[in-house]
Ligand binder design. Structure first.
Ligand SMILES: Cc1cc2nc3c(=O)[nH]c(=O)nc-3n(C[C@H](O)[C@H](O)[C@H](O)COP(=O)(O)OP(=O)(O)OC[C@H]3O[C@@H](n4cnc5c(N)ncnc54)[C@H](O)[C@@H]3O)c2cc1C
Length: 288
């Protein structure tokens, strides 16, 4: 590993000043949160920045709030804080459970939700679950605020739609309604997940009829994927949907188009999608 090149850390007092700094320094600057990805890449000399703009000093980016039917999580909140939050456990247990399995405790204690999403590393657990939950990213830039869907934020491997002066400030996650059930399952043998699969189902009171479904698979290719064909195959009488799970998984695998990488071959990942869709289905409906 190379010694770190010299850089200056800036501590803006608010998001407006952070955006100003990013615009002023341009390509020479990068936002910095926990540094678990950024500093490692800089130590390996894969990325070089002269200025790091610290988002952790910006007031408000560390908040977790519930408003109406939405959970709002600031971008500088660490995985560990989300995992332990009583509010998250109450409002969205599937999110706290997912967070317990991100990386290891050292990374979770320092790494933030915003850093995870904005680094856009393809093996992201939060990106997969948040897409299934239909979460939105709140973004602040010099031209003002905007809100975009997660799949409009993460556009490719290590690529986001953020422009130089923009900051992810928070993530808005709709809490589940009484008729919704969700599950997140993952498979991991190395440092990063081989596969993560999130499933959200809307069911009738008796638990016999699935009215709506949203399945997302992540980590198997550049970005998390969903398929209308899969979601349609997951709708109907529960017994009928159970018979359609192989077809639903095949359609999801076709859309995701898994890649060979250090976590496994494309064929192996296609197989895992079938296994883990079934596991997610059973888990989501376990308490109905
Ligand atoms: C050993 C190891 C194992 C891991 N395992 C997993 C795993 O199992 N599952 C998983 O999902 N992840 C895993 N990760 C990834 C981990 O979740 C991320 O490293 C962490 O969340 C990044 O957050 P950070 O605050 O450290 O980001 P930083 O390193 O500070 O920043 C990362 C990038 O995001 C940008 N950024 C940060 N905050 C913002 C913001 N608010 N707005 C705009 N851009 C921003 C930075 O400019 C930088 O480009 C692992 C990482 C490591 C090192």
């Amino acid at each position: 590993m190379m010694p770190l090149r010299r850089f200056t850390i800036h501590q803006p007092k608010d998001t407006a000043e952070a955006s100003e700094m990013l615009a002023q320094f341009g390509e020479k600057a990068r936002l910095y949160a926990g540094g678990t990805e950024l500093l490692l890449a800089m130590k390996h000399d894969l990325l070089r920045y002269e200025h790091l703009v610290d988002v952790k000093t910006v007031p408000g980016l560390d908040r977790i709030e519930a408003k109406d039917s939405v959970l709002l999580i600031g971008s500088a909140v660490t995985h560990r804080v989300i995992e332990r939050s009583a509010l998250v456990k109450e409002k969205l247990p599937v999110l706290s459970e997912m967070e317990t399995k991100v990386a290891n405790i050292r990374v979770r204690a320092t790494g933030t939700l915003g850093g995870n999403l904005c680094f856009a590393e393809p093996h992201s657990d939060p990106a997969t679950l948040l897409l299934a939950l239909d979460a939105k990213a709140q973004i602040h830039g010099k031209s003002g605020q905007k809100t975009v869907a997660i799949d409009k934020l993460i556009t490719g491997a290590y690529e986001t739609s953020l422009s130089t002066d923009e900051i992810l400030t928070a993530v808005e996650i709709p809490v589940l309604s009484k008729s919704q059930r969700a599950a997140y399952v993952k498979f991991q043998t190395h440092e990063r997940p081989t596969l993560g699969l999130a499933l959200v189902l809307d069911i009738d009171d008796a638990g016999h009829q699935i009215r709506k479904a949203r399945a997302v698979v992540g980590s198997v290719s550049a970005i998390p994927s969903r398929s209308d064909k899969t979601d349609a195959a997951l709708v109907g009488r529960r017994s009928q949907v159970e018979r359609q799970l192989n077809d639903a998984a095949a359609a999801l695998a076709d859309t995701a188009d898994p890649v060979d990488d250090l976590q496994g071959s494309a064929d192996y990942k296609r197989h895992l999608i079938g296994v883990f869709l079934k596991r997610a289905f059973v888990k989501a409906l376990a308490h109905t």
